[in-house]
Design a protein. Structure first.
Length: 218
């Protein structure tokens, strides 16, 4: 089942839609919530704050996608598993009470298949990321992250593949487990010197995809 069926299902059920602006938060890690959110339009970032105060970025998520879906089907409230911050100018979400959401899923085979696929995909993403972080150094981690951005935000141009989304060096550091943005600056500068990337108007162009791909191949 594709996401269009799911979005149409929520629309037909007249689920409320909320709107959040750039750099505001939808949820905070650890706070109780009673709703499941589905990203209808926009881009968000999920993260947690480590004990030393650094932000560890889990992922960027581009619409449409389910946010913070947990297997606990019966509790009215549950703790948010991470922070959710809006990264696009505006993001819109369907908001569904958690218990009602699971009632819908249990009554609809297509929704069950969609949710099962969701869990499989998220598990595969988590395993892939752990492999990348374990097998590669900082340079490889940054390249693997850029590869993921290509699939989320990549757009072919005459000059290469544009990552059509502004990503800060702090965010790259947070996603790759690098302690400082200065380390990211050095890695990006090296990639620029080697002709792998260039940066125009604070957006990254991938000039040598083969170089990037070597860090994500099994």
């Amino acid at each position: 089942m594709n996401s269009e069926y799911f979005l149409q299902f929520l629309k037909e059920k007249n689920m409320p839609v909320i709107e959040k602006k750039r750099h505001t938060y939808l949820t905070y890690y650890g706070l109780e919530q009673q709703d499941t959110y589905v990203l209808k339009e926009g881009v968000i970032k999920t993260s947690i704050i480590l004990r030393d105060g650094r932000e560890f970025i889990i992922s960027y998520i581009k619409a449409p996608d389910i946010i913070s879906l947990l297997r606990d089907q019966v509790s009215q409230y549950t703790s948010a598993p991470f922070n959710v911050r809006i990264e696009s100018d505006v993001a819109t979400f369907y908001r569904i009470p958690r218990v009602l959401f699971w009632d819908y899923v249990n009554q609809d085979k297509k929704l069950q298949d969609y949710v099962n696929s969701y869990y499989r995909d998220k598990l595969s993403e988590a395993i892939f990321r752990q492999q990348v972080m374990t097998m590669n150094g900082k340079n490889g981690a940054v390249c693997a992250f850029l590869y993921q951005l290509i699939h989320l935000f990549g757009r072919k141009t005459q000059n290469g593949t544009l990552i059509d989304f502004q990503v800060t060096n702090d965010d790259i550091a947070g996603f790759c487990g690098i302690s400082t943005r200065n380390s990211v600056n050095r890695i990006l500068s090296k990639l620029k010197d080697e002709g792998v990337i260039t940066i125009v108007n604070k957006k990254i162009y991938i000039l040598d995809i083969d170089y990037i791909e070597q860090y994500v191949q099994a």
